[in-house]
Design a binder for this molecule. Structure first.
Ligand code: 5RP
Length: 232
């Protein structure tokens, strides 16, 4: 009887999760992103913690990641108890070569950007399908708004030739609420550059947060069938 000892090949997302977990040092507080790649990172971090007996603490950008981290045996602290954050690690929906990101396909944009911006170092993990020439090339830009502002912001953006609508829940029978209790507009811009959209949304009253993450990433791990490249 023959035994198959071939290891399962690691997917690009698994490879980048492993690389990101390797930079976590003893004593660090690590922010956990949300999504399938962040889930792989949580598993890998928990494995490293066990194997190397690391004394680390984590903080989660979403309920899903918090529960997953707790189940994996990581020591989770609440965001409100943070006085500093050594690193934040998350996936992204789009990445350009200058490390501008689009995030927020989930409902946890506010905490994702909070942790990404306050971390000493923000590491991003993507497979090569996420690399784009321009933000918004493949996905609409998520814009989280207070519920009262949704129509006013939508009207204002429509006047600027942006197209889009309120995000609906998975069943499609109601609006989707973010983790922070807000609504989300998914908008496509035709006439502006990313820096202009970023500047416009960052100061628009009623907008709580948006999915463009500019000048926050320290490095991006990009996985492909050829291995992992580091963009920095
Ligand atoms: C959630 C995000 C995710 O990081 C992004 O959608 C990538 O997800 P995945 O790792 O599943 O491809 O921004 O708001």
């Amino acid at each position: 009887m023959s035994t198959n000892t071939k290891a399962t090949p690691q997917s690009p997302k698994q490879q980048v999760a492993i690389k990101a977990a390797e930079i976590v040092d003893n004593g660090m507080i690590v922010g956990l992103g949300t999504g399938s790649t962040a889930n792989l990172f949580i598993d890998e971090l928990a494995r490293r913690q066990r194997e190397h007996q690391l004394d680390i603490q984590v903080v989660a950008s979403s309920v899903i990641s918090r529960v997953k981290a707790e189940q994996a045996g990581l020591k989770v602290m609440a965001i409100e108890h943070l006085s500093h954050l050594d690193m934040y690690v998350d996936g992204a929906d789009e990445v350009t070569s200058d490390m501008t990101l689009l995030k927020g396909r989930g409902q946890d944009l506010v905490c994702e950007k909070l942790l990404a911006s306050h971390a000493t170092a923000f590491y991003v993990m993507v497979d090569e399908s996420k690399m784009v020439n321009k933000i918004g090339e493949k996905n609409a830009i998520p814009i989280e708004v207070i519920p009262q502002a949704a129509q006013l912001v939508l009207n204002r953006l429509s006047k600027l030739q942006a197209k889009g609508s309120l995000r609906l829940n998975a069943a499609g029978d109601n609006v989707a609420y973010s983790a922070a209790g807000n609504l989300i507009l998914d908008m496509q811009f035709t006439t502006f550059e990313t820096a202009q959209i970023n500047a416009l949304l960052t100061v628009m009253p009623g907008v709580v947060e948006h999915g463009i993450f500019a000048d926050v990433a320290k490095a991006v791990f990009v996985g492909s069938s050829d291995g992992v490249k580091l963009l920095q």
